[in-house]
Design a protein around this ligand. Structure first.
Ligand SMILES: C[S@@+](CC[C@H](N)C(=O)[O-])C[C@H]1O[C@@H](n2cnc3c(N)ncnc32)[C@H](O)[C@@H]1O
Length: 290
């Protein structure tokens, strides 16, 4: 990787972060014939966040088509692409148009399904319902052969675990399929309501979601890419699960923050290991028995 992309902004223990525009960087990987096993990402939504310069909708769609095409070209045969997107305004057509509508049919990935991420807090509205979901689009390279480790992510919260049919347990002892509606609180900010995992990044996704995706759609030792790394949530989840992380982030302040966050993660993890058999949990900034 470093022989193709050069010296990273920060690297440690299987975590490689480059300060780079992701499109040319991924094209360099493709030109060198390098593959990744899983891409999990949330790009700018073109809604005026501090890290994006708004573009015309057509231009946004064309840029999205380009970078998703580049991701496809580096995705290995059993690989997956999980894309988190929300809504944007299309002048004269819609106030909150789901970005997946605009991107449909523009990539060579096979769409397995759309997962709804439902959360409890968010902005409100007077002339429409308060938005409380975003989508995760689960794509694969090969519809007939892709990594899907369901047993790694089963939900142990089963209402009637001992229910039997013809003498056999109805439910898998490891738990139930978590379904295509996922409830994870948003990473919040503000006095008395700030999430413990909150960094200074304005659009951080919850570690719980990326952990689930990393475990179900990749295997230990494989490479996880986030082209829009932000605060490197995907990187923490990937390395915590024994994968290798490759992140691209265009802004220096977010790269610096990510390096600090990753160092903090390593320190907490090592402390947990020293205490023996304990598991790191950034969400509570604590360790627990695993
Ligand atoms: C929605 S945020 C990602 C947040 C991330 N998932 C997290 O948990 O922190 C998108 C990120 O992409 C970065 N970005 C925007 N354009 C980029 C580009 N062309 N290449 C690489 N990063 C870019 C922004 O600076 C921003 O940090």
């Amino acid at each position: 990787m470093t022989s193709v992309l050069g010296h990273p902004y920060f690297a440690d223990e299987g975590f490689f972060l480059y300060r780079a525009d992701c499109l040319p960087a991924i094209r360099e990987l493709a030109a060198a014939g390098l593959n990744v096993d899983l891409t999990v990402t949330s790009p700018p939504y073109n809604i005026g966040k501090p890290y994006e310069s708004p573009r015309a909708v057509d231009e946004y769609v064309s840029w999205s088509t380009d970078w998703i095409g580049a991701v496809h070209s580096v995705t290995g045969q059993h690989g997956a692409f999980w894309l988190n997107v929300g809504y944007l305004a299309v002048p004269g057509r819609g106030k909150a148009v789901p970005i997946p509508y605009l991107l449909w049919g523009r990539s060579d990935f096979f769409l397995v399904q759309e997962v709804v991420w439902n959360y409890g807090a968010g902005i409100t509205s007077r002339r429409s319902f308060a938005p409380r979901n975003e989508k995760w689009l689960f794509h694969v390279r090969n519809e007939n052969a892709y990594t899907f480790n369901l047993d790694e992510v089963r939900d142990p919260n089963v209402k009637y675990p001992n229910q039997k049919k013809h003498g056999k347990f109805r439910c898998n002892p490891l738990g139930k399929n978590p379904s295509d509606v996922w409830q994870f609180p948003k990473v919040t900010t503000g006095e008395n309501r700030s999430s413990k995992e909150r960094t200074a990044h304005p659009a951080q996704f919850p570690l719980g979601i990326v952990e689930r995706i990393v475990r179900v759609s990749s295997n230990p030792g494989e490479v996880v890419l986030d082209p829009f790394s932000g605060s490197a949530s995907a990187g923490i989840a990937a390395v915590a699960a024994g994968r290798v992380y490759l992140g691209f982030e265009i802004r220096d302040d977010y790269c610096r923050m990510s390096a600090e966050r990753f160092r903090r993660f390593l320190a907490l993890r090592d402390e947990a290991t020293r205490q023996g058999g304990l598991v790191y949990s950034e969400a509570d900034d604590s360790v627990s028995s695993g």
